[in-house]
Write a protein that binds this ligand. Structure first.
Ligand code: HEM
Length: 238
């Protein structure tokens, strides 16, 4: 697969409506249903509607409240704090289910049967109706899961700004060309899928940039504010 490494080329692809998220098949159950129902993997008319659902759910969560929650429980998994803020059961079972789904969310990356079962747990935690709003709620938790935990872990070692600059938690995304396109020196054919590096673009760019940026930073800042200086005072680092 062709990789777009140059940040200017990557930005151009992320802003170019001729590059779309590789489509996923329609599905009625499990993680395939989740992919087919969230904005992240949607195109066409469904995309703005689903993106608006995610943004509207996130608008009910005040980043300052998340920062405070993370500061008082700096080692809590960020998904637990986000569940509580979204009015969902913040039990370990919910967080574990989100982790299992996150490991298989990108097509072809994980244990699909385990993720299918975990999606059922999360639908039940959201009230039992498998509609687009439920998919958006689960999608927020899944998108936040590994990226925010990785950001916090790396920032504990390197500091937040350095972690974001040098080791973005989401290293790359994918796009599919819908027409012949020149990207830098490369020619990309219609139907070809390219890997777009997010180095220097940690939260993405263009219409599909991360809507959870402020929330993720608040969670990280809160967790770090409570643990800063630990390496010196608590002797937890070599
Ligand atoms: C509270 C934490 C977070 C939430 C709720 C969240 C939510 C989301 C959602 C819903 C999307 C899909 C947007 C769409 O397709 O319209 C998304 C995309 C994205 N998120 Fe986040 N996210 C969080 C944390 C993070 C972190 C920590 C990073 C990395 C630094 C990150 C990087 C991205 C990127 C790069 C995309 C765009 C992917 C693409 O263009 O293909 N997110 N996020």
């Amino acid at each position: 697969m062709h990789t777009i490494d140059d940040p200017d080329d990557a930005l151009a692809v992320l802003h170019d409506p001729g590059f779309v998220v590789p489509p996923v098949p329609a599905a009625a159950h499990g993680v395939a249903w989740l992919r087919a129902s969230v904005g992240r993997f949607s195109g066409g008319a469904a995309y703005p509607r689903r993106r608006a659902l995610s943004e509207s759910l996130l608008s009910t969560v005040d980043p300052a409240a998340l920062r405070a929650a993370a500061a008082s429980s700096p080692y809590a998994h960020p998904v637990r704090l986000l569940c509580a803020a979204l009015g969902l059961d913040p039990s370990p079972g919910t967080t574990d289910a989100v982790r299992v789904v996150a490991a298989a969310y990108q097509p072809g990356t994980g244990d699909e049967p385990a993720a299918d079962a975990a999606v059922q747990v999360l639908i039940a935690a959201c009230g039992g109706t498998a509609d687009e709003t439920t998919a958006a709620r689960i999608g927020l938790l899944v998108q936040a899961c590994d990226a925010t935990a990785a950001l916090i872990a790396r920032a504990r070692d390197a500091g937040l700004d350095t972690a974001l600059r040098d080791t973005p938690p989401v290293a790359a995304t994918k796009r599919m060309a819908t027409r012949p396109s020149d990207v830098g020196a490369a020619r990309v054919a219609p139907g070809e899928v390219v890997r777009v590096s997010l180095h220097g673009i940690p939260f993405g760019a263009g219409p599909r940039r991360c809507p959870g940026r402020a929330h993720a930073l608040a969670l990280a800042e809160g967790a770090l504010s409570a643990t800063v200086g630990e390496g010196v005072d608590g002797g937890e680092r070599s």
